[in-house]
Design a protein around this ligand. Structure first.
Ligand SMILES: Cc1ncc(COP(=O)(O)O)c(C=O)c1O
Length: 458
């Protein structure tokens, strides 16, 4: 038996005896020499065990008198208390599907991992000093500068790096923003809309109002009656319907917030992908009165697991935000943040987006072609030529729940309109499915549609 093992054994035995009150408080422990003799170990081994017990506060020393037991209450252990492992907690286990038609996933098969790894290494050597420090709340200035250039060029968002906050997810950014504001803000959310965001605001105790949509996007008339303080909208590609807000509605919306001194939160989650025509300019680029908070993310262009998102704050909100977060610690990983900065700066990000644009165009076109061929007049496709998903209206006698369950049973990851509406959609013979085409492989598109056909018609 090694001395190390013996030291642990002596330490654990005495600790257990103290905790179970085999020793009285202030009782003297055997001398090191005596215990070493009894246990046939070296004095040093006993000394190590006693020093560990002393460091943890089980025993104390009196000069030249030895070690004594501290005054400890008996640790209560309830008879019936048995901890159960949560290994099989169904809410924390994600199924993996044969076919993903999810709007939340991206294709990472072509991700230039070698370049990314090179940038991670480069980040570590170039920003050595920053790596060893607690990062500032808003994210590294270098990354904020890269993002400022990127969104100025791509989205017409002209801002200073100091207006940008980078964090691990849109929800973090918004919850921090709202913590810096006074309580009880009234927030308008599109219905149907991004259900996670609705839940976030409800969980934060904010007042949420649901705003219906028409063919131009969110209804400004409803805003006029509800008078919210903030309006969350997805104008470039309404989530989930896909509607692109025309300029007439954008002006109407901007004018309303300007006159009322309110704010728009523009969730520009997937605007990098536009098919057929150029990208749609952001609402932020049209605003001349500091009324728009701009939200962007790398979840769609790179991958959702990277967890890098950003927010551009207009100046009226910035000072308070900076003050409130002055001593906060970011949850953004610096190594990823600097690697992303180098990825953008090197041009590799742009190159990757161009490549993925090509791949997504191909997948999307094949999807539309095979869907039309297989379902013919039983479907209507709301193809807005943008983003990574589209809406599919399909004739079916099945309920939404049945469609979801059957898709699940057939190993298809599929979501329906039900997920994004406040109220259960009307039980009509037409059901609306959200078809995400990013993750599925090209050769799997036809088999997935044929499976879907089986589900819908059987
Ligand atoms: C509508 C919408 N907004 C925002 C986001 C971005 O969320 P995050 O940046 O937290 O990944 C997503 C991501 O899927 C989304 O679907």
């Amino acid at each position: 038996m090694t001395q190390t093992y013996k030291y642990r054994e002596i330490y654990l035995k005495i600790k257990q005896d103290i905790l179970s009150q085999q020793y009285n408080s202030h009782e003297k422990l055997p001398s090191k020499r005596q215990l070493a003799n009894d246990q046939s170990v070296s004095i040093n081994t006993v000394k190590n065990a006693y020093e560990q017990l002393f460091a943890e506060g089980y025993i104390y020393t009196k000069e030249r008198q030895g070690y004594f037991v501290e005054v400890l209450n008996k640790l209560i252990i309830q008879d019936h208390h048995v901890s159960q492992p949560l290994n099989n907690n169904p809410t924390q286990i994600k199924s993996s599907f044969r076919y993903s038609l999810s709007h939340m996933t991206t294709d990472i098969s072509q991700f230039p991992i070698d370049f990314w790894s090179k940038h991670v290494k480069e980040a570590f050597s170039t920003f050595k000093n920053e790596m060893s420090e607690i990062p500032i709340y808003k994210g590294p200035l270098e990354l904020r500068k890269s993002i400022a250039q990127l969104i100025s060029y791509k989205r017409g968002v002209s801002c200073y790096p100091e207006q940008i906050i980078v964090s691990s997810g849109t929800a973090n950014l918004l919850s921090t923003l709202f913590k810096t504001l006074s309580d009880n803000q009234k927030i308008a959310i599109e219905n149907p809309g991004y259900s996670r965001m609705r839940k976030l605001f409800i969980d934060m105790g904010q007042e949420v109002v649901n705003i219906p949509l028409d063919h131009k996007g969110l209804s400004v008339n409803t805003l006029k009656t509800e008078k919210p303080d903030f309006v969350v909208t997805t104008p470039s590609h309404q989530f989930p319907t896909g509607t692109i807000m025309p300029i007439s509605r954008r002006i109407e919306l901007l004018n309303w917030v300007t006159e009322q001194n309110k704010y728009i939160i523009e969730d520009d989650y997937d605007s990098e992908y536009k098919y057929g025509t150029d990208n749609i300019p952001s609402l932020y680029s049209l605003d001349k009165n500091d009324r728009v908070i701009y939200l962007g993310t790398f979840s769609k262009t790179l991958m959702p697991s990277l967890r890098v998102s950003y927010m551009v704050l207009p100046y009226p909100l910035l000072y308070k935000f900076d003050l409130a977060t002055e001593t906060s610690i970011t949850d953004l990983s610096s190594i990823n943040a600097y690697a992303l900065h180098l990825f953008i700066k090197s041009g590799n990000y742009e190159k990757y987006i161009r490549k993925m644009h090509h791949i997504y165009t191909e997948k999307r076109e094949l999807f539309l072609k095979i869907l039309s061929k297989e379902f013919k007049e039983d479907i209507t496709i709301y193809d807005m030529q943008a983003g990574l998903h589209f809406l599919l209206n399909i004739k079916s006698t099945l309920s939404y729940k049945e469609i979801e369950q059957k898709a699940h049973d057939n190993s298809i990851e599929l979501y329906t309109l039900r997920r994004f509406m406040v109220e259960e959609p009307a039980n009509s013979s037409i059901k609306t499915l959200i078809i995400g085409f990013a993750k599925i492989e090209l050769e799997d598109i036809e088999p997935a549609i044929l499976k879907l056909k089986e589900i819908i018609y059987n």
